[in-house]
Design a protein around this ligand. Structure first.
Ligand SMILES: Cc1ncc(COP(=O)(O)O)c(C=O)c1O
Length: 399
């Protein structure tokens, strides 16, 4: 019989194989010094960061840093408990109000991370006899939220409206249904056909939730994500979001116009049984959201201008990129070994990208997951294109 620790031993073998291919560990690169939102010293080498989710480049936004420092002085380093037990700091409530205002919605619940927002909200809202219908390519936090709850989970084929409709029609008449969709998918960077998804969901009596983790500050005239771009803000029931990407810090939230949602605080275990967001994070998130409200259009223009440099260049070089141009650029690799070699050539040419392996993506696949930032300079984008060109030449020479 397998020993309890065999799982770890088996994964250790895979990890050793990955590191053995180039002598470097793409899953544990040591970031020794951050030089800017888009540059760091990694294992002794200066690299352009092309995998950071730092879409608006706001991790060094000076006002956010100042406000975080003041909050540390005034309110300390942490809350040391959940809001149920230790109470809500004034900043928690104010930030919830700010996010609700940003989305023009009435209610907001703050979670400590985006992962917890999905896990907490999904496990709380749908119970026995209810159905959660999710896209097959959903983020792990959506899958985990479903696992923690008692609802029946139905998967539909990625971005396939007809498949969603077919599956909705099969569910018992009068049953409670929640359809869960993402704005921009985190690995391949494709948008959901949200307008059509909302239409078939509503026609079949389902509530709709959209996870805008990668589309807040990226899509929509005011950065409110795919629901703003698709013109369905008044039809989506729940919006999930995170501060860990465009907002440049950490935290998650759920906004809605349904007043009942306020009571999820008493049901969502990932809200009740974990420490709340520290005051410095609350302060920096608030400052950055104000900044996005004021200057988001300009930042988003830079982001999309930069995306229009990287995506077509990689496509032209023959890399297998996602089906549409967004700042999330997933580059599919033919094998794990090839993926590691390309990752290493990019690193040697001064570019760091994220290596995505199962379970973040389907078994047997390997993806170099890139993300463009508004803060990338023209010189950094040139370094990126040169590094991918070098990787392509190296792959051709090895073939
Ligand atoms: C679609 C999606 N939802 C939720 C999350 C979780 O967000 P966080 O990192 O803030 O916990 C992520 C993280 O990458 C994500 O891609």
């Amino acid at each position: 019989m397998a020993d309890l620790l065999d799982k770890f031993r088996n994964i250790q073998k895979v990890h050793q194989h990955v590191v053995g291919l180039t002598g470097r560990d793409p899953l544990g690169a040591p970031f020794e010094k951050m030089l800017s939102p888009t540059q760091a010293v990694i294992d002794g080498k200066e690299c352009v960061l092309l995998g950071s989710n730092n879409y608006l480049g706001l991790t060094f936004f000076d006002e956010a840093i100042e406000k975080a420092k003041t909050a540390l002085d005034v309110a300390g380093t942490g809350t040391t408990g959940s809001r149920m037990a230790n109470g809500s700091y004034i900043g928690h409530k104010a930030l919830e109000g700010k996010i609700a205002d940003f989305y023009n919605m009435k209610h907001c619940l703050l979670f400590t991370t985006g992962y917890q927002a999905n896990v907490g909200f999904l496990s709380a809202i749908a119970g026995k006899d209810d159905y959660i219908i999710i896209d097959a390519d959903s983020h792990a936090s959506i899958y985990d939220g479903c696992k923690l709850g008692d609802a029946t989970v139905v998967r539909f084929r990625h971005n396939n409206v007809a498949d969603l409709e077919r599956r909705l029609k099969k569910l018992p008449e009068g049953s409670n249904k929640l359809v869960v969709i993402e704005g921009i998918y985190s690995m391949l960077g494709d948008r959901a056909p949200l307008k059509e998804f909302v239409r078939v969901s509503k026609e079949n009596g389902a509530y709709v939730m959209v996870d805008e983790a990668h589309s807040l500050g990226v899509l929509g005239e005011n950065g409110r994500g795919l629901l703003e771009e698709a013109g369905v803000e008044d039809q989506v029931d729940f919006v999930l979001g995170t501060f860990s990407k465009s907002v440049g810090t950490i935290g998650g939230f759920c906004v809605s116009n349904h007043s009942e949602v306020e009571n999820a605080r008493f049901l969502a275990r990932a809200y009740m049984f974990t420490a709340s967001t520290p005051p410095s994070i609350v302060a920096s998130a608030g400052a950055t959201i104000d900044h996005i409200k004021k200057n988001g259009k300009e930042l988003m223009k830079k982001l999309w201008d930069n995306t229009a440099v990287v995506y077509p260049a990689l496509k032209e070089l023959g890399f297998k990129v996602g089906p549409e141009m967004t700042p999330v650029i997933g580059v599919a690799m033919p094998s794990l070994e090839e993926g590691i070699r390309v990752w290493n050539t990019l690193y040697e040419n001064g570019v760091y990208v994220n290596m995505a392996l199962p379970p973040a993506i389907p078994a047997g696949k390997c993806l170099l997951r890139c993300s463009v930032s508004a803060a990338h300079t023209p010189e950094q984008l040139e370094t990126v294109v040169k590094a991918f060109t070098a990787a392509k030449h190296a792959a051709e020479a090895a073939a």
